[in-house]
Design a protein around this ligand. Sequence first.
Ligand SMILES: [Fe+2]
Length: 344
Amino acid sequence: MKVLIADDNPNDRYILRLILTARGCEVREAENGRLALAEALASPPDLIVSDALMPEMDGFRFLREVKRHQVLMRIPFIFYSAVYTGDNEEKLARSLGAEAFIVKPMDPEELWHEIERLLAAGKSAPSPAVTGEEAYLKEYSNIVVRKLEEKVRELEELYLTLTRVLVTTLDAKSPWTKGHSVRVAEYAVRAAVAAGFDVGKINRIKLACLLHDIGKIGTYDFLLDKPERLNNEEFAVVKLHPDKGVEIISEIKQFSDIIPAIRHHHEWFDGCGYPTGLAGDSIPLHARLISIADSYDAMTADRPYRRAIDRDSAFRELRRCSGSQFDPRLVEDFIRAGTGDRCY
Ligand SMILES: [Fe+2]
């Protein structure tokens, strides 16, 4: 039996393929309704199994097209959905002509039971005429909006949790770096507000600060904990952490815009920093700001090899290095913002 699967999730397609090929089916796959429709028209399958939410053409529209098409309308159509929102979705799918409706996670036995039932019933009867185009669209929009809201919430939660886990993992590396990223984020956010950045930019600066030293996960603990200053060889190893950080986060699409900030947070305004020796405005803005907040926290927190200095001494040091290590304009924004204890 030839089965066509339409699903945008490669893992779900893979599992479905395993279930179906184990029973001797010949399987083809498409990642959205539009491609699935083209596949079905090119070579009509014996059965279609389709997800609901897909980009470009969702499962409902795909189902509607199949059941309207002379060549395809008799092909049994199994509709399945990841998030069950009451019986509205099933009613809608059935009103559009779906012969079966399954809620994810799909039970292989249930799927196979439905397939056997459909095969025993013979070729599907032509679908009922779809009435009330507007009613369909309204119902469909409600379902999609609900699902999208749910997905956005889930993604945001996952994304924040992932950031927290990464920061906690880094904090656990060394008592000397514990809390550093969170403090750097607080200082940089204050300075960004003082500099008049918009909220979107400030949120990305905060995220970049939280993850700026994430590459230190790959740096040997004894270098982070060393009670004396690092020698040249040891410093050369530590200098790899911006690029290691980029390597760690580059797999995550949502972090792609903060990569330049992470890679260049140790560049100097005069071009004497690392890893690339960029200078002036060619250093990404967020990286220039992180550099100041990072150094401020390094100066005002105890280190294994020296004691912390007070706030005003640290501000003086920032001004002394303004124009060489730091962007002079941002140093003034940073100092103007102050560094009280309030968290943003
Ligand atoms: Fe760093």
